[in-house]
Ligand binder design. Structure first.
Ligand SMILES: C=C1C[C@]23C[C@@]1(O)CC[C@H]2[C@@]12CC[C@H](O)[C@@](C)(C(=O)O1)[C@H]2[C@@H]3C(=O)O
Ligand SMILES: O=C(O)CCC(=O)C(=O)O
Ligand SMILES: [Fe+2]
Length: 350
């Protein structure tokens, strides 16, 4: 039984260690397509290697993140509050969700980036270059994966049906840097740890040695696809069935984790379920992750891909715009199954 409380500590639950799929994007194409489809159906999750994002692009972004999170809190706060874009600590979203995490949320369009970088780094040009080249390179991988997915779903005549949503200049994609300081830091008043000094003492006092402390509570990502990479500190877990959690090893270190988001679940009419995941805080080392949430433009209409509605396949979700979905997302708690608000009921016309 899972006993998840608001205080971010968890008592008894099941953990299962299984090998999650690692897909080599440079392998033979038809094999890659098959493996991606299988992983999306089975887990809504896989890792990719040989993705083509240069290692210096990743390490440059990682350095910028490290530099930012090492600053004193008052300097980090110069980035402005995380809602809608900026620096956040402990509060995730506007609905009162809490986690032992600090983060930066950024828009991915050039204007959004340059507006924020002035407040994030003492060398805004350097920061902007790192973010822009990272986002561009990772977006390309997301597009490649979405094109492989379209092929695997049997829409060979229009393999850009998904990727064009995120290539669109008006794509509402978001970039997020997450930093989870280790629990042992909670007694030190260093710049990297002071942001959670008081609260962490409360949450750790609720834990015995078996208890885990939640960095990022369980949720699905609302967008199409998320591409995430981290340093070599684990903590990410995905869930397949209620109450069973599967730890995601951060290795291979140059890989990207790929998460199916709610919009992809809707567009595949439920064939690729969005994956529930969470982060457990490491007791000794800091985890840092960098996630690109590939989203459609706000006005884009989301409906199941017509090819997936043939035969007995009934339309499961009503059509919605990304703006409508995003509004519902932000009006609900982190762990909510928000797609259920868009499900077509048995006797309902669509
Ligand atoms: C509590 C919330 C934070 C979140 C918006 C929400 O209302 C529910 C979903 C959350 C999430 C999870 C994935 C991404 O990290 C995120 C940026 C997103 O699009 O949805 C966050 C939102 C957030 O932190 O603002
Ligand atoms: O830090 C991680 O590994 C996961 C973060 C996450 O799920 C998110 O930012 O939505
Ligand atoms: Fe997530």
């Amino acid at each position: 039984m899972v006993v998840a409380t608001n205080t971010t500590s968890i008592r008894s639950e099941k953990i299962r260690h299984i090998e999650l799929p690692i897909i080599d994007l440079k392998a033979e194409k038809s094999e890659v397509v098959k493996k991606i489809v299988k992983a999306c159906e089975e887990f809504g999750f896989f890792k990719v290697i040989n993705h083509g994002v240069p290692s210096d692009v990743i390490s440059r972004m990682e350095e910028e993140g490290k530099e930012f999170f090492a600053k004193p809190v008052c300097e980090k706060q110069q980035a402005g509050p995380a809602n809608p874009y900026g620096y956040g600590s402990k509060n995730i979203g506007i609905m009162g969700d809490q986690g032992e995490v600090e983060y930066i949320l950024l828009q991915t369009n050039p204007l959004g980036i340059s507006e924020k970088t002035q407040r994030i780094s003492t060398d805004p040009m350097k920061f902007r270059y790192a973010v822009t080249s990272y986002i561009e390179a990772v977006r390309e991988v997301a597009c490649e994966i979405l094109e492989l997915i379209s092929e695997g779903l049997g829409v060979p005549l229009d393999t850009s049906v998904l990727s064009r949503l995120i290539r669109d200049v008006e794509s509402d994609s978001v970039f997020r840097l997450n930093h989870y300081p280790p629990l042992k830091d909670s007694n030190k008043n260093t710049s990297a740890s002071s942001f959670h000094h008081h609260e962490n003492q409360n949450s750790t006092s609720n834990c015995n040695s078996n208890n885990r402390v939640i960095g990022f509570g369980e949720h699905t990502d609302p967008q199409i696809l998320t591409l995430l990479t981290s340093n070599d500190v684990g903590g990410l877990q995905i869930s397949l069935e209620d109450g069973v959690w599967i730890p995601v090893n951060p290795q291979p270190i140059s890989s990207f984790c790929v998460f199916v988001g709610d919009v992809l679940e809707a567009m595949t009419n439920g064939r690729f379920p969005s994956v529930r995941h969470r982060v457990i805080v490491n007791r000794v080392e800091a985890r840092m992750s960098m996630a690109l949430f590939a989203s459609p433009p706000l006005h884009a209409k989301i409906s199941p891909i017509p090819e997936l509605l043939s035969g007995n396949n009934k339309k499961l979700f009503r059509s919605f715009t990304w703006a409508e979905y995003k509004k519902t997302t932000y009006a609900n708690r982190l762990g909510e199954r928000r797609l259920s608000f868009f499900m077509i009921l048995e006797d309902e016309e669509c």
